[in-house]
Design a protein around this ligand. Structure first.
Ligand SMILES: [Zn+2]
Length: 183
């Protein structure tokens, strides 16, 4: 069994970002995703799981790489966001899986629950999507896009220096629950 781990976005276009100058400077989906992915890969390797880091690149490049390697599972780490001017109360964790994906949807559900249980934020559930290329075009893998929380609304999570490790552990636990349910 092989698992590919991908970080959302790439150095030239880092996704959602915040200038947190009094703390850590500019933090982005990419910078935070790298940290989560690092912890997650270590945790998977420590469990003896064949783990494949997806090289940095555009989404198309990453999907191409994954299709070449054909891992059983592929995860990509993101952080949710919306325009800074947004005044609503949108918050919580969610995952995205391909519509009606036999393993992708239940796996995404377990990961979302594991994250929201551990972070104590809202469980927004699973978005079943035909639109997101990462879950649509990874042809040989059960793929999940992971969105642990909304960067702008839930900044308090970044106050916790162990947050990346916590998210990685939550993803691992959700994934292991899924593997156990497949036996
Ligand atoms: Zn993103």
């Amino acid at each position: 069994m092989k698992v590919a781990i991908s970080v959302g976005h790439y150095p030239q276009r880092q996704g959602n970002q915040i200038d947190w100058s009094n703390k850590r400077g500019k933090i982005t989906e990419y910078s935070e995703g790298l940290l989560v992915a690092g912890h997650l890969m270590n945790m998977l390797v420590n469990r003896g799981i064949h783990t494949i880091p997806v090289p940095t690149g555009t989404l198309t490049e990453k999907i191409k790489f994954i299709n070449k390697k054909r891992p059983n599972y592929a995860f990509e780490i993101h952080f949710n966001g919306f325009d800074r001017g947004y005044s609503g109360r949108v918050q919580g964790s969610e995952c995205i899986a391909f519509t009606e994906s036999r393993e992708g949807v239940p796996l995404a559900r377990l990961i979302t629950k594991s994250i929201s249980d551990r972070l104590g934020n809202r469980n927004r559930g699973v978005i079943e999507s035909k639109r997101h290329a990462f879950v649509r075009d990874t042809l040989y893998s059960w793929a999940v896009i992971i969105e642990p929380f909304f960067m702008y609304r839930e900044m308090m999570f970044f106050e916790d220096p162990a947050i990346h490790q916590k998210i990685a552990f939550a993803v691992l636990r959700g994934f292991v629950s899924h593997l156990n349910s497949q036996r």
